[in-house]
Design a protein around this ligand. Structure first.
Ligand code: HEM
Length: 467
C-alpha cells in the first residue's frame, strides 16, 4: 500500500515538474514583446518531436489555433512558421532587409564557408552569377545535355536482364549523383566515381544530423567525408593545371581565366562544385523516383508520356542522342515532372533567419530566429489547383501556371533555384530512356514516407521488362 502511495506521489511530482517546465518555457518567451502567437514546447527540445511525428498535421493544427504566422521551437531553434502565401513571397524577395538563408549548422559546417547557402550580399551575387553561367540554357544545349544523354543511355542499359528487380530509389540516387559528377568533372571511371559517391553519401547524412562532434556520429563522418572530397577535388585541380588539356565540363569552365568574369579562389571553386552536387542530388533523385511511382499508378498518364517519347525516338536512329529541340518539345514530360513535384511535395519549404529584430505582419521577430517559409499547403489549395489531390499533369499544359506568384516548387525571389532547367533536363532524359526501353511493375508494395523528406525507408522495388 505504502509503495502505491509513493508511486502515485512520484507520478504527481513528475507531472507537476513537467507542467512547471512547460509553463516556465512559455513565460520565458512571453517576456519578449510582440512575438507571434504559438507554443514553444519543452526547453531545448521545443516541439521537434510533434513536428517530426505529426508532420503536416502539426503545422495545420497550429495554423488553425494561431493563424498563418505562429511561433514554435523546432530542430533546436526558436522558429516562426509562415504559412501565409503573400508573406512567404515577401520573405523570399527581401533577403536584403535581413532575411538570409537559415539552414542548420551541420549543413553550413559540412558544405563549406563559401557555399552559396552560407554567403549573402555581394558574395552571394558573385557565386550565383558564376553558377547561373554554368547551367545557362546555352551550356545545357551545347555541353550538358550531350553528357546527360550519354550518361542516361548507359545508366539505363540492361535493366531487364533476367526479369530483373531493381530498387528504383537506389538507382535514381545513383543517377542524380553520377550524372552530376560527369557534368562537373567528366568522371566516368567506375572506381573513381564509386569512391566519390561513397564519400558524398556520408556527407549528405552529416548535413541532416545534429552537430555533435563525437567519433561515430553522422556529423563527424560527414565532416570527414567533406575533407576527403575536398582533397580529391584539390588533386583534380592540380592534375588539370599540370596538364595542357582543356576540358568542356563545369570544372573546366570554372578554372578557365576570363577577364570578364570574377576569378574564383580554389576554395570557392570547390564549394561551388559541392553546392551543385548537393543541391541537385536529393531534389532530382526523389522527383524521379516519385515520377516512376505516379506513372505506375496512373496508366493513362504513362500512355501519354510514352506517346511523346516514342514520337521523338521514332524520328531518330537508335544511337541518336536527345538534343535541345527534343528536350524543348517534351511538354507533357515537363507537366508530369511539375505535377509530381506538387503532389509529392518534394520540397516542403525553405529556411530563413533574421539578421536583426524585424517586423513582419505586425509582429516582432527577434534577431537570429529561424523563419520556416512553409510552402507545402499551397500545393493542395483547391482555389489554385482544382481537385488538388488528383494526379493530373494536364493542368500544367497551360504554360502560364509556371509564372504564377504561387509557383514555388523551385523556391522564389533572390534564391530561386538556378538549376531548375538542368534538373528538368536530367529527369526528362532519364524518363525518355526508361519509358521507351522498359515496362515495369512494383513488387513488394513498399511504404513511402512523405515527411519530413519523401523517401522509401526500405527502397522501392520494381520488376523491369523490355518494352
Ligand atoms: C527537381 C529538381 C530541383 C528542385 C525541386 C529544386 C528546388 C530548389 C529550391 C526550392 C531552392 C530554393 C532554396 C532556398 O530558397 O533556400 C533551390 C535552390 C538551389 N538549387 Fe535547386 N532544385 C532542383 C534542382 C537543382 C539542380 C539540378 C541544381 C544544380 C545546379 C540546383 C542548384 C540549386 C542551388 C545552388 C540553389 C541555391 C541558390 C541560391 O542560394 O542562390 N537545384 N532549389
Amino acid at each position: 500500500m505504502a509503495v502505491h502511495v509513493l508511486l502515485l506521489l512520484l507520478a504527481f511530482m513528475l507531472l507537476g515538474a513537467c507542467t512547471a517546465l512547460l509553463k516556465w518555457n512559455e513565460v520565458k518567451y512571453r517576456r519578449k514583446k510582440g512575438l507571434p502567437p504559438g507554443t514553444m514546447g519543452w526547453p531545448f527540445f521545443g516541439e521537434t518531436t510533434e513536428f517530426l511525428k505529426q508532420g503536416p498535421s502539426f503545422m495545420k493544427n497550429q495554423r488553425a489555433r494561431y493563424g498563418s504566422l505562429y511561433k514554435s521551437h523546432i530542430l533546436g531553434c526558436p522558429t516562426v512558421v509562415s504559412m501565409d502565401p503573400e508573406l512567404n513571397r515577401f520573405i523570399l524577395m527581401n533577403e536584403a532587409k535581413g532575411l538570409v538563408p537559415g539552414y542548420p549548422q551541420s549543413m553550413l559546417d559540412i558544405l563549406g564557408k563559401s557555399n552559396i547557402a552560407a554567403v549573402h550580399g555581394p558574395a552571394h551575387r558573385r557565386m550565383r552569377g558564376t553558377l547561373l553561367a554554368l547551367v545557362s540554357p546555352a551550356m545545357i544545349r551545347d555541353h550538358l545535355l550531350p553528357q546527360i544523354d550519354e550518361f542516361m543511355r548507359s545508366h539505363l542499359s540492361n535493366w531487364a536482364d533476367h526479369h530483373n528487380t531493381v530498387d528504383i530509389q537506389e538507382k535514381t540516387k545513383q543517377m542524380a549523383f553520377l550524372s552530376s559528377l560527369k557534368q562537373i568533372a567528366s568522371i566516368e571511371s567506375c572506381s573513381k566515381a564509386r569512391e566519390f559517391m561513397d564519400e558524398f553519401f556520408k556527407l549528405v547524412l552529416g548535413t541532416l544530423s545534429l552537430p555533435i562532434d563525437f567519433p561515430g556520429t553522422n556529423y563527424r563522418r560527414g565532416f570527414q567525408a567533406r575533407k576527403n572530397i575536398v582533397s580529391m577535388l584539390r588533386q583534380l585541380l592540380e592534375e588539370r593545371r599540370a596538364s595542357e588539356e582543356t576540358h568542356q565540363d563545369m570544372l573546366g569552365y570554372l578554372m578557365r581565366e576570363d577577364e570578364n568574369r570574377y576569378k574564383m579562389t580554389d576554395e570557392e571553386i570547390i564549394d561551388q562544385i559541392i553546392a551543385v552536387l548537393y543541391s541537385g542530388y536529393e531534389t532530382v533523385s526523389t522527383t524521379t523516383m516519385m515520377t516512376i511511382k505516379y506513372l505506375h499508378d496512373h496508366p493513362r498518364v504513362l500512355q501519354e508520356l510514352r506517346r511523346e517519347h516514342s514520337a521523338i525516338r521514332d524520328a531518330k536512329e537508335p544511337e541518336d542522342p536527345i538534343d535541345w529541340n527534343d528536350f524543348k518539345s517534351m511538354q507533357f514530360t515537363r507537366a508530369v515532372i511539375f505535377e509530381t513535384s506538387r503532389l509529392a511535395t518534394v520540397v516542403n519549404g525553405v529556411l530563413r533567419k533574421t539578421t536583426q529584430d524585424m517586423e513582419l505582419s505586425g509582429f516582432t521577430i527577434p534577431k537570429g530566429w529561424r523563419i520556416y517559409v512553409y510552402t507545402r499547403e499551397i500545393n493542395y489549395d483547391p482555389h489554385l489547383y482544382e481537385d488538388p489531390l488528383a494526379f493530373n499533369p494536364w493542368r500544367w499544359m497551360d504554360r502560364s501556371m509556371e509564372s504564377q506568384n504561387y509557383f514555388l516548387l523551385f523556391g522564389g525571389g533572390t534564391r530561386q533555384c538556378p538549376g531548375k532547367e538542368l534538373g528538368i533536363a536530367e529527369i526528362s532524359t532519364f524518363l525518355h530512356y526508361f519509358v521507351t526501353r522498359y515496362r515495369w511493375e512494383e513488387v513488394g508494395g513498399e511504404k513511402l514516407m512523405k515527411f519530413p523528406r519523401v523517401e522509401a525507408p526500405k527502397g522501392l522495388h520494381i520488376r523491369v521488362r523490355s518494352y
